[in-house]
Design a protein around this ligand. Structure first.
Ligand SMILES: [Zn+2]
Length: 107
């Protein structure tokens, strides 16, 4: 058992050493390894594309309502000076209108 380790570990270290040296010396070998890594990354991206799309769709759905409410609040805030609440029904109407659009009550 120990004997196997004594053989295996030096062989493993030698293999790693050879790989590192080959990568350092040979640009061709480096390019080959790099292109393999790029291929692996591309493959991973292809595999996870649907998942990422799913996640972003879910996130968009989750934040849509919040964004809508915020946008409406900002819009209301920006146009607040131009609009007032009806004295009778409380709906938003133009400041200079004499009658409410909703209930017809006089302002
Ligand atoms: Zn009204």
């Amino acid at each position: 058992m120990v004997k196997v380790l004594f053989i295996f570990v030096p062989v493993f270290i030698a293999c790693v050493f050879i790989l590192v040296v080959a990568q350092l010396i040979s640009p061709k070998f480096r390019g080959k390894m790099m292109s393999r890594q790029i291929k692996a990354a591309k493959y991973m991206m292809d595999e996870s594309k649907d998942d990422i799309r799913n996640i972003s769709t879910n996130m968009a759905d989750a934040t849509k309502d919040g964004i809508e409410i915020t946008t409406r609040a900002i819009k209301d805030g920006l146009t607040k000076d131009e609009r007032v609440y009806c004295k009778h029904c409380g709906s938003l109407i133009d400041k200079d209108s004499k009658f409410c659009k909703n209930c017809g009550g006089e302002q």
